[in-house]
Design a protein around this ligand. Structure first.
Ligand code: G3H
Ligand code: 13P
Ligand code: ZN
Length: 304
């Protein structure tokens, strides 16, 4: 059985730490994350994006996560990340995900309210919690283009939560997805976060939160990766965001980086070895290490 995302977040909210959300796309990524959570006695949220589901198949990812939660001694929740496809959202609810995200943040406010309300109705009927999103959490393409980044706004957040009944809320406060997060200096909109926190008690979620650690970037580069100009969210800003009320933090890019380093390094050192188990085991170990660092940063170690 999966743990309730809602309960994990309520405890984190009260005790002022954050629960880590980590994206899974295959067994090795999942095992690395869960081993880290076990080692640090930390709760963890496993998440599947629609891209991950299209790659691996929702049943495969669901069963892998379920097996992990049954074998594990720490609380594990399963979450649908950035749900946009009604079919996938409904399937995740039917299968028994702990929570689903409806991401209608690119729509206008009223459409976002309408779509979120609909998903809340479907999900709550099955005891599944819902994450929604307000404001822009962009990606590299948004930074490069002139698409306007719209921050979440405290008035809208309060109204949105009241009208939709969503259980937790992702807010755009200056982060973006991927390894290229900031055009200039990294800076989260902490004033907006403070205003939002004062206006609503809903657990708040930070997306696009990877740290893109320099040591990992340099290692990836050493073994051939091209990663010019990458930039993550500094640890100090993550700590500040948690102190101001963020209690769920999403990480995917750091896992990609860790996986990449594990594979590149192994292949460079063992060009004669073609055994996929030998190639993927170091990647799994790299994932474990990076997740341990994240869990310590989030303050969730020992909270299982
Ligand atoms: O939110 C973005 C996550 O990194 C998932 O990315 O849609 O490529 O799986 P993806
Ligand atoms: P990163 O790209 O910063 O890891 O963010 C992941 C995320 O927000 C998944 O929803
Ligand atoms: Zn995200």
């Amino acid at each position: 059985m999966f743990s309730s995302t809602q309960k994990l977040l309520e405890k984190a909210h009260k005790q002022k730490y954050a629960v880590g959300h980590f994206n899974i796309n295959n067994m090795e990524i999942l095992q690395g994350i869960v081993q880290a959570a076990e080692n640090l006695k930390s709760p963890v949220i496993l998440a599947t994006s629609e891209g991950g589901i299209n790659y691996a198949g929702i049943n495969f990812l669901y069963e892998l996560a379920l097996t992990a939660s049954e074998l594990s001694s720490v609380p594990i929740a399963l979450h649908l990340d950035h749900g946009q496809d009604r079919g996938i959202i409904k399937k995740a609810i039917r299968l028994g995900y702990s929570s689903v995200m409806i991401d209608a943040s690119k729509d206008d406010f009223e459409t976002n309210v309408r779509k979120t309300k609909q998903v809340v109705q479907w999900a709550h009927a099955k005891g599944v919690a819902v994450e929604a999103e307000l404001g822009t959490i962009g990606g590299a393409e948004d930074l490069a283009s002139s698409r306007k980044i719209i921050y979440a706004n405290a008035d809208e957040v309060q109204e949105f939560v009241q009208r939709t009944g969503c259980d937790f809320l992702a807010i755009g406060i200056g982060t973006s997805h991927g390894a290229y997060k900031f055009a200039g200096k990294p800076h989260l909109q902490f004033d907006i976060l403070k205003q939002i926190r004062q206006r609503t008690k809903v657990p708040l979620v930070l997306h696009g939160a990877s740290g893109v650690p320099l040591s990992l970037v340099q290692e990836a580069q050493k073994y051939g990766a091209h990663l010019k100009g990458v930039e993550g969210v500094p640890d100090a800003q993550i700590r500040k965001a948690i102190s101001l009320g963020i209690c769920k933090i999403n990480t995917d890019t750091d896992l990609r980086l860790a996986f990449d380093v594990g594979i590149r390094k192994f292949l460079k050192g063992h060009p004669e070895d073609i055994d996929p188990r030998h190639i993927l085991a170091p990647a799994r170990e790299m994932i474990q290490k990076v997740v341990e660092q994240r869990l310590k940063l989030f303050g969730s170690a020992g909270k299982a």
